[in-house]
Design a protein around this ligand. Structure first.
Ligand code: GRF
Length: 228
C-alpha cells in the first residue's frame, strides 16, 4: 500500500496539468493530495483552479534568476513546504528555476514535466521547436528536477506522432493529453516508493515499462509501403 503523498505544486500558467493531478487525487486514482499551490505569477489561472478545490494558493514573486529576491523567494517556499508538511514538489508549467536550497531539502523529490522527448527540444518552446524541426515523433517527459533546466533523470516519457500539418498548437494539444496521463503515473510511482536514482538514471523498482505510446505498439502509421 502506498502512503498518501502531500504535494506542493509550483506553476506559472493556466494549470491543466495541475487540474489533472487534482482530479486524479480526488478520484483516488493516485495516492496523493495537493496541499498547496505556489505561483510566481499573481494572476496565474492555476491559483484560481486551486482555490476552486479549497487548496491553499500562494503567489510568491521570484524576481530575476539568482537575484536577492530569488533567494528570498526560495526561503519563503521552504517555509511554506515545511508548514504544509510537503513530501513531493511537482513543477507543473513552472517557468522558473528551482533553487539549490530547495533541491537539497527535497532530494529526488522535485519533479518537472517538459513537452518534448528530452534531451531533444529543451527550453520554453518544446512543442514549437519539434514542429518546426520536422521530427516525426515528439512527446513529453517527466523527470527529476536538478539545478539546470530540463536535464534531470528521466522517469517516464510518452510519444505522440507529429502530423504533416502540425504547428505548435496542434502538436502541443496532442502532447498535453499525454502530459496529463504520465505526470500522475510518475506521482503514483513516487507514492509507491518505486523510484530510485543512480547517477543520471532513474530506475523503477520492480522494473516496468516507462514508455507510453498513445496507441500501444503503433507509433509509425501508416505501415511502411515497401516490403522489408
Ligand atoms: C505544459 O506543456 C508543460 O509541459 C509546460 O508548460 C505547459 C503548462 O501547461 N512546462 P498547464 O499550465 O499545465 O496547462
Amino acid at each position: 500500500m502506498a502512503a498518501t503523498v502531500s504535494i506542493a505544486a509550483f506553476a506559472s500558467g493556466g494549470g491543466t496539468n495541475l487540474q489533472a493531478i487534482i482530479d486524479n487525487c480526488e478520484a483516488r486514482r493516485i495516492d496523493a493530495r495537493v496541499v498547496v499551490v505556489i505561483s510566481d505569477q499573481a494572476d496565474a489561472g492555476v491559483l484560481a483552479r486551486a482555490r476552486n478545490h479549497d487548496i491553499p494558493a500562494q503567489h510568491v514573486p521570484v524576481g530575476r534568476d539568482r537575484s536577492e529576491q530569488f533567494f528570498e523567494a526560495e526561503r519563503r517556499h521552504l517555509e511554506i513546504l515545511r508548514e504544509r508538511e510537503v513530501d513531493l514538489v511537482v513543477m507543473a508549467g513552472y517557468m522558473r528555476r528551482i533553487g539549490p536550497a530547495l533541491l537539497a531539502a527535497y532530494p529526488n523529490a522535485v519533479l518537472n514535466i517538459h513537452p518534448a522527448l528530452l534531451p531533444s527540444f529543451p527550453g520554453v518552446h518544446g512543442q514549437r521547436d519539434a514542429a518546426e524541426y520536422g521530427v516525426r515523433v515528439s512527446g513529453c517527459t517527466v523527470h527529476f528536477a536538478d539545478p539546470e533546466f530540463d536535464t534531470g533523470p528521466i522517469i517516464i516519457q510518452a510519444a505522440v506522432p507529429v502530423l504533416p500539418d502540425d504547428d505548435e498548437d496542434s502538436l502541443g494539444a496532442r502532447i498535453l493529453q499525454q502530459e496529463h496521463r504520465i505526470y500522475s503515473q510518475a506521482i503514483q510511482w513516487f507514492a509507491e516508493g518505486r523510484l530510485k536514482v543512480e547517477g543520471r538514471r532513474a530506475r523503477l523498482e520492480p522494473a516496468a515499462e516507462a514508455t507510453i505510446s498513445p496507441e500501444p505498439g503503433v507509433i509509425i502509421s501508416p505501415p511502411l509501403t515497401c516490403e522489408l
